[in-house]
Design a protein around this ligand. Structure first.
Ligand code: PLP
Length: 260
């Protein structure tokens, strides 16, 4: 059997808790060979993002070329993509090399409140990237931005899931980490069935990088041949363990535990 391979196209988090670093740690922990195409470098720690240095779209394209023309991949994900030109070049490369299955983590704002996606790039995410993806993994605030309204009831969240699938993505999981209650319930919809993935809520503020880690775990699972629903289950289990055993590093929102 060949080694499962996965590519992450995302930003770097110098603090190691989110972004490319979280993705590669997750791939490694799930026994998947990880590769990366950087979109931006952030100066960041558990207290927040101090600076963002975006790469040229051309530099992103060349990294994807290098990996696709030689090593290849069994699955890929996108994370932080701050600008429209980078978004468009990624979509172009995905089409050129027929890269799939693709998981899109629609990274918009960090938990520390920093915008990681330019306003104008949101439309581009919806129109260019979502139609290429088998799964998109918004948290509640991101899902609200995608559909343009508050999702404060389950009925509204189900409607939003339908609307997001209508944008052309095969399946969506609206994560429940921002909801109140003693359960963190993620709502999954693939155009046919709704599924709820629940886990007991863990009282901690060490949740930096949970979105990146979740989507990376789903990508690793897909690279290993799991179905989309199985991959979401794997991701939910992985992130629940990671939050439960968070490392407590730093003075702010600490990273989850990728070894858990
Ligand atoms: N920094 C980078 C590079 C990211 O990709 C992300 C991801 O979502 C974040 C920061 C935000 O992490 P969080 O909102 O979990 O703090």
């Amino acid at each position: 059997m060949t080694t499962p391979r996965a590519l992450t196209i995302a930003g770097s988090d110098s603090g190691g808790g989110a972004g490319i670093q979280a993705d590669l740690k997750t791939f490694h922990q799930l026994h998947v060979y990880g590769m990366s195409a950087l979109t931006a470098v952030t100066a960041q720690n558990t207290l927040g993002v101090t600076d963002i240095y975006e790469l040229e779209a051309e530099a992103v394209a060349r990294q994807i070329d290098a990996v696709a023309e030689d090593i290849g991949m069994d699955a890929l994900k996108t994370g932080m993509i701050s600008s429209t030109p980078i978004m468009e070049v990624i979509a172009e490369k995905i089409r050129q090399y027929h890269l799939s299955p693709l998981v899109v983590d629609p990274v918009m704002v960090s938990k520390s409140g920093h915008s990681l996606l330019e306003e104008s790039a949101r439309k581009s995410l919806i129109h260019t990237l979502l139609p290429l993806a088998c799964l998109v993994t918004p948290n509640l605030p991101e899902a609200e931005i995608l559909v343009g309204k508050k999702l404060d009831t389950e009925i509204k969240r189900k409607e939003a899931a339908r609307r997001i699938v209508d944008m052309g993505v095969s399946a969506v999981v609206i994560k429940g980490g921002h909801l109140d209650g003693d359960q963190a319930t993620d709502l999954f919809f693939d155009g046919e069935q709704f599924l709820a993935f629940s886990a007991p809520r863990i009282a901690t503020h060490h949740t930096h990088g949970t979105g990146c880690t979740f989507s990376a775990a789903a990508t690793a699972a897909l690279a290993k041949g799991e179905s989309v629903t199985e991959a979401v289950y794997t991701a939910k289990t992985f992130i629940t363990q990671g939050i439960a055993h968070s490392l407590g590093l730093g003075k702010g929102y600490g990273p989850t535990n990728h070894w858990a």
